[in-house]
Design a protein around this ligand. Structure first.
Ligand SMILES: *Cc1c(COP(=O)(O)O)cnc(C)c1O
Length: 362
């Protein structure tokens, strides 16, 4: 029999980046071969936005290509691996959808039980369907993400159930590998790193990854960390907790980011910004990415590209630079939004050739 490992087949980010992660040779790795996602040069988008005239390059890191369709898999392979190593039998999380999908999938792979608390009515259907199929115990609360997170923290403190939200430090460890992949693909850190900000775990993780590669001499600089919240959930920008966050980008519908201070630290140490984009700007970017680059991401993911457009308008982007936008999740998780905002009308006709040609204007 040919050994899977010996053939050099990619086996997930813990195997790939072992030396930079808190694992040992005896750690029982729980993986779905996550990570190693495409970094796509987006020349059409650069033209549309006018970045080509500034001699700037834009790259899209498509995290929707992860096994459960979002970057949450990077953190979850680490968090569930460490939970298994510690002998845990169950995990719990609060979720706007993707964390629950990832927690449920990795728990299934590890033979553990997963409990997920979600805000009732604010989860994209694709994400909910994933958690259901992976076999999670799903509890929908009449409250928002921030309240769900408070509850699961309380529960994990009282019962032997491991919390796998991004306040779990192993989540950040796994997610920092996205920065490693970008640096390896580009040969150095990018000049700017654009990223949606919800609970702010991901901006924290990427910054940690960039800092570690810089300290190891693998890169020459830190990218400016450019984080974007949704306008009516922009707690960090406004400097206060938002009690009723609202946005069509449900994955970043968070009013009290758990990694608030860490996100500010990433911003300040890198010379970046944390700003916000409106739902209209998010929808515009969501459509631009799909129609010009052939990539369907989630509305929340498009906040990164909407951020580039806004930063350019504000004069925050210098000439001759490159930038990476993290497309955090797969648009297939939220077909309702895609159908609603595409503006596309499906033309109906008979099965007769002449009728079809007429509809095609031929
Ligand atoms: C979780 C998530 C975010 C927000 O990431 P944080 O680490 O909470 O800031 C953005 N987009 C998608 C698709 C997500 O699932």
């Amino acid at each position: 029999m040919i050994n899977f490992e010996q053939k050099g087949h990619y086996q997930g980010l813990i195997n790939r980046y072992k030396e930079y992660l808190p694992v040992t040779d005896t750690t029982p790795i729980v993986t779905l071969n996550e990570g190693n996602t495409p970094l796509i040069k987006a020349d059409n988008l650069a033209k549309k936005i006018g970045l080509d005239e500034m001699n700037c390059e834009i790259y899209l890191k498509f995290e929707g290509a992860n096994p459960t369709g979002s970057f949450k898999d990077r953190g979850m392979t680490m968090a569930v691996t460490k939970a298994k190593e510690a002998g845990a039998k169950a995990v719990i999380c609060a979720s706007t959808g993707n964390t629950s999908a990832a927690a449920a999938a990795y728990a299934a792979k590890a033979g553990m039980k997963a409990y997920v608390l979600i805000p009732d009515g604010y989860i994209a259907l694709g994400k909910l369907s994933q958690a259901m199929m992976y076999g999670a115990e799903i509890i929908a609360i009449k409250g928002n993400f921030d309240e769900a997170l408070e509850r699961v923290i309380e529960i994990s403190e009282k019962y032997p159930i491991t919390l796998v939200n991004s306040v779990n430090p192993y989540r950040i460890e796994g997610q920092k590998t996205g920065a490693f992949e970008i640096c390896e693909a580009l040969g150095d850190a990018p000049d700017y790193h654009f990223i949606p900000v919800g609970n702010a775990g991901n901006i924290t993780a990427y910054f940690k990854g960039y800092e570690e590669f810089l300290a190891l001499g693998k890169t020459s600089h830190l990218p400016k960390m450019m984080g974007f919240e949704a306008e009516v959930a922009a707690a960090i920008v406004k400097g206060e907790r938002i009690m009723k966050p609202e946005t069509i980008a449900t994955a970043i519908r968070i009013g009290n980011p758990a990694s608030w201070k860490q996100a500010e630290n990433a911003r300040d140490k890198s010379g970046g910004i944390i700003n916000y984009v409106t739902d209209e700007e998010i929808v515009e970017a969501y459509k631009l990415i799909a129609a010009n680059e052939g990539i369907l991401c989630e509305p929340a993911s498009a906040a990164s590209v909407a951020g580039v457009i806004k930063a350019k308008k504000l004069g925050l982007i210098e000439e001759n630079k490159n930038m990476v936008c993290i497309l955090t999740g797969n648009g297939l998780k939220d077909p309702d939004s895609a159908i609603k905002y595409s503006g596309c009308e499906v033309k109906k006709t008979s099965a007769e050739l002449n009728d079809i040609l007429k509809v095609m204007d031929l």
